[in-house]
Design a protein around this ligand. Structure first.
Ligand code: PMP
Length: 427
C-alpha cells in the first residue's frame, strides 16, 4: 500500500522538476520518498498521512519560535487584511530595520530583499562597486545561495547532490572567485599576500551551516577582520543562517567581530520570503538610490514578510526566550551523545546557539570540509530513516545543520531521545 506522500510525489514529478521546488527536498542523497507536510504547530509537523514528527528542519532555519506561532499568524492576518503589497514604502519596513539594528553591531543601514541568494548577490556587487576591485574570496563548503560567482566549492545541495559547481556558470564569472579551506587563516594570509590589492570582499559563514554545522574558530574570524582592514577588502558575514540563531545578534555578537556587510535571511522573515543586506552606512549608501550600484525588487520589504519577521524577532528577543532554546539545544546534544556512547556509536556534536550538527565520526573536532566529508555517510542515512520512522524530522542530508525553536519543550526532548536510543541500537 502506498502512502499519500508517495502518491503525491509521483504526481508532483509530472509537473515540478524532480517533484520539488528546492533540490535538497527531494531526498536524493538519503533515498526514499519525501514526506509531504500538511500542517505544523510549535515544534511538531504532521504529514499528509497524519503522522507527527518533532521538527529539526524548521523550514531550514526560519521558524525560530516554531510553527504557526499565534503572534506571527495574527501579525500576518492583520497585515494581509489591509493589503498585501504596494510598491510604496510602509512603516513596517523601518520598524523591522530598527529591530535588526538594535541587535546586530555591524548594521547601520539595511536593504530588504527576497531571499538569501539575493542578499549575497547584492553584497558581491556592492563590494565590487564600492572598492573598485573584482575578486571575491569564499570558503570550501560554505554556501551563499545560487549566486553564479559563489557557486564554487559550495555547500548545501551542491554537496548533497555532488554537483561540482554548476553547468551554466561561465568560467569568466568564477575566475575572479578565490577559495580557501574553512578555519585556515594561514591559507587566507597567503592568498592576501598574492591578491590582496584586488580582493573586493571576503564572504564567510561565521557559523558554517551548509556542511553540517561547523562554527568558526574565533581566531579565524579575527584574522579575517585584520586581513581585510590591512588590504581594504570588505568583510562580509553571511548570517542568513546564523543570524538570530548563533545569538540574537548573530555570530557577530557572539564572536565580537564586526563585519562591514551582513547578509540576513531565514529568521528575519519568520517563515515568509524576506532577507536583507545590511552594514556600514558609507558602504550601504553606495546602493541606489543614494549611490551608483543598482539594486531593486518589486516585492522587497513586503508588508506580510515584515510583519511576520517583526513578530518573530519581538518574541525571540524577550528576556530569556532565546537563552531557553539555546539551553534546550545543549540538553538535546548531551542526551544524544550519551545515548550514542552507550550504544557504541561514534558521534560528535557541534552547537552554535540554536543551530547544531551531528557527525558520525570518531574525531572529536570538526573544523573544515574534509572532516565533514570524512564522516560515515551510510550511518547517517540509516540514522535519518530510523528517526523519520520514529517521528523525528531531520534534514535529508548530512551536509545540513539542525535547528531548534523556542517551542521545543520537554515532550519534544523526551520523544527525540527515546527515538534516538532505539535507532542507535541498530546502527
Ligand atoms: N547563505 C546561507 C548561509 C544559507 O544557508 C542560504 C540558504 N540555506 C543562503 C545563503 C541562500 O538563501 P536562500 O535559499 O533564501 O536563497
Amino acid at each position: 500500500m502506498s502512502s499519500r506522500s508517495e502518491n503525491l510525489f509521483a504526481q508532483a514529478q509530472q509537473h515540478l522538476v524532480g517533484g520539488v521546488n528546492s533540490a535538497v527536498r527531494a531526498f536524493r542523497s538519503v533515498g526514499g520518498t519525501p514526506v509531504f507536510i500538511r500542517r505544523g504547530e510549535g515544534a511538531w509537523i504532521e504529514d499528509v498521512d497524519g503522522k507527527r514528527y518533532v521538527d529539526y528542519v524548521l523550514s531550514y532555519g526560519p521558524l525560530a519560535i516554531g510553527h504557526a506561532h499565534p503572534e506571527v499568524v495574527e501579525a500576518i492576518a492583520d497585515t494581509a487584511a489591509r493589503g498585501t503589497s504596494f510598491g510604496a514604502p510602509t512603516e513596517l519596513e523601518t520598524e523591522l530595520a530598527v529591530q535588526v539594528k538594535s541587535l546586530m553591531p555591524g548594521i547601520e543601514r539595511l536593504r530588504m530583499v527576497n531571499s538569501g541568494t539575493e542578499a549575497c548577490m547584492s553584497a558581491v556587487r556592492l563590494a565590487r562597486g564600492y572598492t573598485g576591485r573584482d575578486r571575491v574570496l569564499k570558503f570550501r563548503g560554505n554556501y551563499h545561495g545560487h549566486v553564479d560567482a559563489l557557486l564554487v566549492e559550495a555547500g548545501s545541495g551542491v554537496l548533497t547532490l555532488g554537483i561540482p559547481g554548476s553547468p551554466g556558470v561561465p568560467a569568466s564569472v568564477t575566475e575572479t572567485t578565490l577559495t580557501a579551506p574553512y578555519n585556515d587563516i594561514d591559507a587566507v594570509r597567503q592568498l592576501f599576500a598574492e591578491y590582496g590589492e584586488t580582493i573586493a570582499a571576503v564572504l564567510v559563514e561565521p557559523v558554517a551551516g551548509n556542511m553540517n554545522c561547523v562554527p568558526a574558530m574565533p581566531a579565524f574570524l579575527e584574522g579575517l577582520r585584520s586581513l581585510c582592514d590591512d588590504s581594504g577588502a570588505l568583510l562580509v558575514f553571511d548570517e542568513v543562517m546564523s543570524g538570530f540563531r548563533a545569538a540574537p545578534g548573530g555570530a557577530q555578537a557572539a564572536y565580537g567581530v564586526t563585519p562591514d556587510l551582513t547578509c540576513l535571511g531565514k529568521v528575519i522573515g519568520g517563515g515568509l520570503p524576506t532577507a536583507a543586506l545590511g552594514g556600514r552606512a558609507d558602504v550601504m549608501e553606495y546602493l541606489a538610490p543614494t549611490g551608483p550600484v543598482y539594486q531593486a525588487g518589486t516585492l522587497s520589504g513586503n508588508p506580510l514578510a515584515m510583519a511576520s519577521g517583526l513578530a518573530t524577532l519581538r518574541n525571540l528577543t524577550r528576556p530569556g526566550v532565546h537563552a531557553g532554546a539555546e539551553a534546550w539545544t545543549g540538553r538535546l546534544l548531551a542526551g544524544l551523545e550519551a545515548r550514542a556512547e552507550a550504544a557504541g556509536v561514534g558521534l560528535t556534536t557541534t552547537q552554535a546557539g540554536t543551530m547544531f550538527g551531528l557527525f558520525f565520526t570518531d574525531k572529536d573536532e570538526i573544523v573544515g570540509f574534509e572532516d565533514v566529508a570524512g564522516c560515515d555517510a551510510d550511518r547517517f542515512k540509516r540514522f535519518f530513516h530510523g528517526m523519520l520512522e520514529a517521528g523525528v524530522y531531520l534534514a535529508p542530508s548530512a551536509f545540513e545543520a539542525g535547528f531548534v525553536s523556542t517551542a521545543h519543550d520537554e515532550a519534544a526532548l523526551a520523544h527525540t531521545l527515546d527515538a534516538a536510543e532505539r535507532v542507535f541500537a541498530h546502527l
